[in-house]
Write a new protein. Structure first.
Length: 153
């Protein structure tokens, strides 16, 4: 079976519930994953919006999630497990979808990485570029789940 990520509360490619956005509670959704490859020693997660007007916007950066973990509960808070980076809102932890008001919707990709080492050596608050550098050559597999969100007029 393939390495798989499921984001609870919406089907892959469908709309993210309001409670998980800036228009609701801005609470992270629950995640579950399975079938990571042999040799996985930790996981890393990136949630990003490639449709942001300023270019890709990073909403959530997590790494050093222990290999025995296969889920994160909804409303995950930094410091619970693993390490959290600074999102593009300038905060550690989850920053929910918050596209500009207007027609259409943005895509939000949750990408989970199976990593070959238990720790990447990054301090809490590291940014996306730091995480990308630390992951280089360390990813055994990755899986992705996509949700959409739009704010109308």
């Amino acid at each position: 079976m393939a390495f798989t990520l499921i984001v609870k509360g919406f089907a892959d490619g469908e709309f993210i519930p309001k409670r998980n956005t800036c228009d609701g509670e801005d609470s992270s959704p629950a995640l579950e994953w399975s079938n990571e490859p042999q040799g996985t020693n930790s996981f890393a997660l990136i949630m990003e919006d490639p449709d942001a007007p300023v270019g890709t916007w990073n909403h959530w950066l997590l790494w050093d999630l222990a290999a025995h973990l296969h889920a994160l509960s909804d409303g995950f808070r930094p410091g619970t497990v693993g390490s959290s980076g600074n999102n593009d809102f300038g905060q550690q932890g989850y920053g929910g979808p918050c596209p500009p008001k207007g027609p259409g919707s943005h895509r939000y990709y949750f990408t989970l990485y199976a990593v070959d080492r238990p720790a990447l050596g990054l301090p809490p608050g590291a940014n996306r570029q730091d995480l990308d550098r630390a992951l280089k050559g360390r990813v055994l597999a990755q899986t992705q789940y996509m949700g959409r969100y739009g704010r109308g007029r």
